[in-house]
Ligand binder design. Structure first.
Ligand code: CA
Length: 227
């Protein structure tokens, strides 16, 4: 899951980025409205955290412009304390939810999760393929009831595969959602991570869930869809 954070206060931006990264989200940051708009239109994000008071272009205008371009990524607006107008204008401009500053990180996290769930229209918390189960809230992964330990990047990769079960995902697609903008597409990092993930989720089991589609990418399938 890849998230864009648009916030000009560097301390707040790095606090949010660090917290989200600890939860295995991939995070890009922008420090003004124009850069935020540019990144939101260029990359495919799963959610955007957007401050209202921003240099160059405020959060309201940024949100309106993103929506005008028909990008429907869920947006969580950060508003100043007591500014009821900001909340109303934020929601009117196309934001999905708002959070008043100052806030506790746990609340931001809960709201981001709620937006992501709404987006995937999957309100149940756990994601599943055959006997493989991933719980995005507790961060636990099991297969056949056996617990599997993943690094945060492996977890992010598996979560993305599970949210797109049955779909062939290209390396470019995985790079977009599981790595951030500084990712070098020429490296073989994705293949290395897929291999590591496969060793953990498939190696000790009869049915292989994660399959390579030569020339196209990878696909994660339910056990009963396998040959
Ligand atoms: Ca600000």
């Amino acid at each position: 899951m890849r998230i864009l954070v648009v916030e000009d206060e560097r301390k707040v931006a790095s606090f949010i980025k660090k917290g989200l990264e600890e939860q295995s989200y991939v995070v890009d940051t922008a420090i003004d409205g124009l850069e935020g708009e540019r990144l939101a239109l260029k990359n495919e994000y799963d959610a955007i955290v957007l401050d209202v008071l921003l240099p160059k272009q405020d959060g309201i205008a940024t949100c309106q412009k993103i929506r005008l371009k028909r990008v429907d990524t869920p947006i969580l607006m950060l508003t100043a304390l007591g500014e009821t107008d900001d909340k109303v204008r934020g929601l009117d401009s196309g934001a999905d939810d708002y959070l008043t500053k100052p806030f506790h990180f746990e609340e931001l996290l809960a709201r981001v999760r709620a937006l992501l769930r709404r987006k995937s229209q999957d309100r149940s918390t756990s994601l599943q393929a055959g006997t493989l189960v991933l719980d995005p809230v507790t961060r636990k992964v099991e297969r056949d009831g056996r617990q599997i330990r993943l690094t945060s990047r492996e977890f992010a990769l598996l979560e993305y595969f599970l949210r797109n079960k049955g779909q062939i995902l290209s390396r470019a697609n995985l790079a977009q959602h599981v790595w951030n903008v500084s990712f070098d597409m020429d490296s073989n990092v994705i293949d290395v991570y897929v291999k590591l993930l496969r060793q953990k989720i498939d190696k000790d089991f009869d049915k292989q869930l994660l399959q390579t589609i030569v020339g196209a990418g990878y696909v994660l399938k339910d056990e009963d869809e396998n040959d």
